[in-house]
Write a protein that binds this ligand. Sequence first.
Ligand code: IYR
Length: 224
Amino acid sequence: MPHPPPELEPLGSYRRFHDSEMIARARRFYEQIRGRRTVRDFSPEPFPEEILEQAILAAGSAPSGANLQPWHFAIVRDPEIKHQIRVAAEHEEREFYAHRAPPEWLAALAPLGTDERKPFLEIAPALVVIFARAYEVNAEGKPVKNYYVAESVGIATGFLIASLHAAGLATLTHTPSPMAFLNDILGRPKHERPYLILVVGYPASEARVPKITKKNFTEIASLH
Ligand code: IYR
């Protein structure tokens, strides 16, 4: 049976600007986003809940494969659950730093100064555990495939990070490996794969960050 034609509606939200205004806006955005730094020293100070809600709505507005929106955002504020996540993550990270990571990987990480201690998982007021839904489960319990899941969740995570930065909060993308313990602690189903933990809060007043640089335009782009 042929599919019915899609329902269309006018592109109501688009605003066209003059060239000069577009350039100014692009510069402003770059200025704002380049100021974002991954922070590992967080303040325990809580922040208004609505910021995270708005940021997750922003993430949920991201494009995704067939618009299937294959993501779930678990917001963790409960100190006991944060503690469990820290204990489980540090267990994996001890293995990673002592045994699992090959020397080249440890060498690549050296400029960041990371190690197996993850106090930020408890100190920061909120964690967002992002799950990628490899497939959905229909009413009959049968799996229904999602498409371009990693790409979709990556884009949504970028929106989330950008939104929180624009609001004035610091974030840290943290990926303990393996991360299956997050399904157990948070009671999430098997068809959701932990994608990353986003640590969210204010930076500690004494926060310091690694002195690193970003590649310039010609290093990351080519003109054809
Ligand atoms: N998951 C470890 C190691 C780690 C790996 C990468 I790639 C980083 O950019 C940072 C850390 C950890 O969180 O320490």
